[in-house]
Design a protein around this ligand. Sequence first.
Ligand code: FE2
Length: 380
Amino acid sequence: MTDPAVELRDNGMLVALPGGMAYFNYYWLRDASLDCFDPQTLERVFDCSALPTPPRARSARVEGEMLVIEWQAEDQVSQVPLSLLREVQETGRPADPAALPRKLWYGDHLPEILRIPQQAVLTSDTGRAALTRALIEEGIAFVTDMAEDDESLPRLVNAIGPITPSAEGLFFDVRVEIAPTNLAFTAGPLEMHTDLPGEETAPGLQFLHCMANTVEGGLSLFLDGAAAAMALKAEDPEAFALLAGHDIPFFYRHDNWDYRAHQRVIETDVDGEVTGVTISQHLQDFMDLPQDLLDRYYPALVRFIRMMQEDRFVIRYRSQPGTCVVFDNHRIVHGREGYVAESGLRHLRGCYTDRGALRSTYRVLARRGFTGAEADRVVA
Ligand SMILES: [Fe+2]
């Protein structure tokens, strides 16, 4: 018996949903059936390639909140939740609590950035949800009142995800070194950049824990690269198209390592929305785009770099000991003003985790009801 809310076709069926009749392919429905998933591991244990013939429904009906399907060549009766079908009808995919829209920000945003004590992140789901949500939406947050012991930073990182190593190891120390392997480890100014674009996949989420800062100068600089890129799109669409349309080479090279990778300065999704930026003049390799294309590419890059020095985008502040800034290294562009090395001590300890871990942690929290929304923030 087939329900009037369902209309069977050769390769799929139409199902009446609140948004109208929606078409679903039979393979997709067979794969989405509840019985395809192992209740213990939650993994899919159904192999669609093992079916002797393509799946085709014999009948289908809506029962409560389930679409119930009987198949022509199988005894199996499948159940697919209507809630899943509704989500796919609305957005093309199952709902993702971590798919929060980006909130672009500008040079006046410093007072609005989330500031949350380390203890709130370590000891409460509310605090962890507030931090992870801010990092997804705004790409930056400050964790204050950091404990001073050596395990303080890893404790914070592990509240979000495992520490991911770089060529520097699990941690790196930003301070003046005798034989620096990176401009960051000098007292000179550090132009606006994202970290380590020479790695195959640049680090996702960066932590910089300020351990000491008594020097003259050395202000920390941050901007929202997505906001700057969207401004470039509005003000110079041709430059935007060049930076979003071509990969350029980056490196990280010293005595014992030689990383090389190509990255796109502006990354976009299918809708043309900016999903990330990669910029680092001090780790940019010899350009290998065709030389005549460089006639147009370099001016576009220079324009974008200059935009990233404008006050309308940049926040400047003095890093405070005991505070850890956390930011999305594929979106937030950072730098530092030069300082007088002899005037005191400036020491930031850093490490990375990845953005997949950030979103995973947020989804688990959201599933338990901790969304990090405004009301939760007050509690945090
Ligand atoms: Fe950096």
